[in-house]
Design a protein around this ligand. Sequence first.
Ligand code: 48F
Length: 261
Amino acid sequence: MIIDERIVSEAIASTYFEKFKNSLDLDVAIVGGGPSGLTAAWKLASAGRKVGLFERKLSVGGGMWGGGMTWTSIVVQEEAKGILEEAGVAVREFKSGYFTADSVAATAALAYRATSAGARVFNCTSVEDVVLREVDGVKRVMGLVVNSSPVEMARLHVDPLVLHCKHAIECTGHDVEMLKTLVRKNGVKLNTPSGGIEGEQSMWADVAEANTVRHTREVYPGVWVAGMAANAAFGSYRMGPIFGGMLLSGVRVAEAIDALL
Ligand code: 48F
């Protein structure tokens, strides 16, 4: 076969732009591709929902690749080990109730499950704002404003593009970026105790893990929080490299949204 470089370019441009064009009206837009975002994408796409996941970095996976302190092993508790096993990851009991998995295998498996279930992943794409609409006197987030991450990094003055969604999930982790932008720009009140972003507290793994799942919910019409963003939004603790809460939160947000769609 003689390779024609132009066909390679045409193939990439055509398939990418088809994916983008088909994602302008999503059931669910997920901001951030860490473990909670990937799990939510996997579960929602498996339920037949039209899902787009937007990740600033070149690789999805967020804080999962590095295990603890770059040592590439993660811990999950009993309640979450089935999620990793369902994704095809080998899980080993270390001590009663504490299970370990290879962090690279776990991250790759979640990314593979999400994409093969049909979730459209847009890596290298930063969410810089949301779309707000007032319907019958109630404001609601109806979409995302996205830009190319290299544009953001180089601080180029280039306008973003916009897509619509029925629900958006804030999975940006500790920084709760999308929610911060929503509150800062629009002065809206969230469904949190103070109406604002409560902020993350220091390490308390046991309470944090339970709270991650408990705080996974809709915090503003059209916006849900999951993963570490749920804890940061509701003022709970950090938990370090135990990842069960992230996975369970991803499943919980997917089930809650799927039930509404
Ligand atoms: O931080 P991250 O892994 O979030 P998570 O799913 O999991 C948290 C754990 O990794 C760990 C922990 C618990 O064990 O505490 O930290 O809650 O992934 C968040 C992803 O969001 C991306 C970011 O690059 C990362 O991959 N992200 C952040 N802001 C944006 C974004 C943005 N504005 N647009 C697109 N992606």
